[in-house]
Design a protein around this ligand. Structure first.
Ligand SMILES: [Zn+2]
Length: 302
C-alpha cells in the first residue's frame, strides 16, 4: 500500500478508535492485547507508525504520521523525477523544408550586433539523410528522456516538414527565455571533409551586451555536455577544438541571442561514414541522447 494511503487508513482507524488506543509497550504485549481484544490491523498500524512522544494524543500522532508519509512520497517522487518542475529548451537545428523557401531563410535577422540570414539549409549524409532530420530525431529522443525525468521540454520546432521553414536564428536564440527555460541545447550535425570525424560542443564568447550574462554558465553547460558525450564513448572532433571537443564562437545568432545558458552540439560529421552510421541508426541516436541527458543533469546537479 502507498505510504500516504496507509497513513490515511491509520488516521481513519485512530479517529474511529478515538483516544482509546493503548500506548504500545512492546511487540509481545501488542500481540497479546491484539489477540485478547481483536484490535484491527489499522489500529496496529497506527501504533506502529505513530511512535509516541510524551504528551501527544493519538489523533495528533496520526496527523503527524500523515504529514510524514506525505513528505516521504514527495521525496520518493523527487528521486524518480529529478528534473520535475524544470523547463529545458531544445533547438533542433534548421527545418527540413528550408531549401524550399530561399527567400524567407535568406532574410537578414539580428544575430547579436550584426545580421545574418534567418536560417540555412544545413548539410546531409552522403546517403542523402538531411541534417534537419537527424537533428529532429535526436531532439525527440532527448525530449523523451528528459520528460520521463519530469522536465517540461519545449522545442523551437515540433515538426520536421518539407513544407515548413525556420524559425529564424534570432527566434531560436530568444526561445529559452520566452518559455522560461533553465537552459537551451541546440542540436546540429556538421558537414566537413570525409576524414574529419567526432563531435564538438560550441559555447558563446562573451559578447557585450548580448552574452556577457550567460557566457560563463554556457561554457559550463558545454563542458558538461562534452563530458557526457565523452563518457558515452562518442569520439571528440579531430578537426575542431584541438581534441578538447569544445569550441567558443561569437558568430552564431542562436547563441548570441540567448538569455539563458546555451550550448550548440555538432554531434558529428555527416560526411564521415562512421559518424553518419551512428547518426542514422536508432542505437547510435540512443547513445547520443543518453549522453546529452547525462550532460544536462550534470550541469543542473540533478
Ligand atoms: Zn546545422
Amino acid at each position: 500500500m502507498r505510504p500516504l494511503l496507509r497513513a490515511l487508513v491509520v488516521l481513519l482507524a485512530v479517529t474511529v478508535a478515538g483516544t482509546a488506543i493503548p500506548t504500545p509497550v512492546g511487540p509481545a504485549s501488542d500481540a497479546a492485547s491484539d489477540a485478547a481484544s481483536g484490535t484491527s490491523w489499522g489500529t496496529l498500524e497506527a501504533q506502529r507508525l505513530t511512535a509516541p512522544t510524551a504528551g501527544e494524543t493519538a489523533v495528533r500522532r496520526a496527523a503527524r504520521a500523515v504529514r510524514e508519509a506525505r513528505a516521504a512520497e514527495v521525496a520518493q517522487r523527487r528521486r524518480k523525477q529529478p528534473l520535475r518542475s524544470l523547463t529545458i529548451a531544445l533547438d533542433p537545428g534548421h527545418q527540413l523544408g528550408n531549401h524550399n523557401h530561399p527567400r524567407q531563410i535568406d532574410t537578414p535577422v539580428p544575430a547579436g550586433g550584426f545580421t545574418k540570414p534567418c536560417n540555412t539549409t544545413g548539410t546531409s549524409t552522403n546517403g542523402g539523410v538531411a541534417e534537419a532530420t537527424v537533428n529532429f530525431w535526436l531532439a525527440t529522443a532527448v525530449r523523451k528522456r528528459l520528460r520521463s525525468l519530469g522536465a517540461r521540454v519545449p522545442m523551437t520546432r515540433t515538426v520536421n516538414s518539407e513544407r515548413r521553414w525556420g524559425p529564424c536564428i534570432d527566434k531560436r536564440g530568444e526561445f529559452g527565455r520566452r518559455v522560461g527555460a533553465r537552459l537551451m541545447v541546440s542540436l546540429h550535425a556538421d558537414g566537413a571533409p570525409a576524414p574529419d570525424r567526432g563531435f564538438h560542443v560550441i559555447a558563446p564568447t562573451k559578447r557585450a551586451p548580448w552574452t556577457t550574462d550567460i557566457a560563463d554558465a554556457s561554457y559550463r553547460l558545454a563542458t558538461a555536455l562534452r563530458n557526457g558525450l565523452t563518457a558515452a564513448g562518442v569520439p571528440r572532433s579531430n578537426y575542431i577544438g584541438g581534441s578538447s571537443g569544445l569550441d567558443v564562437r561569437s558568430d552564431l545568432g542562436t547563441l548570441n541571442m540567448s538569455d539563458v545558458p546555451v550550448a550548440m552540439i555538432e554531434i558529428g560529421n555527416m560526411r564521415n561514414p562512421g559518424d553518419a552510421r551512428l547518426m542514422t541508426s536508432a542505437r547510435g541516436r540512443a547513445r547520443y541522447a543518453d549522453a546529452v541527458v547525462r550532460g544536462i543533469r550534470t550541469f543542473l546537479g540533478r
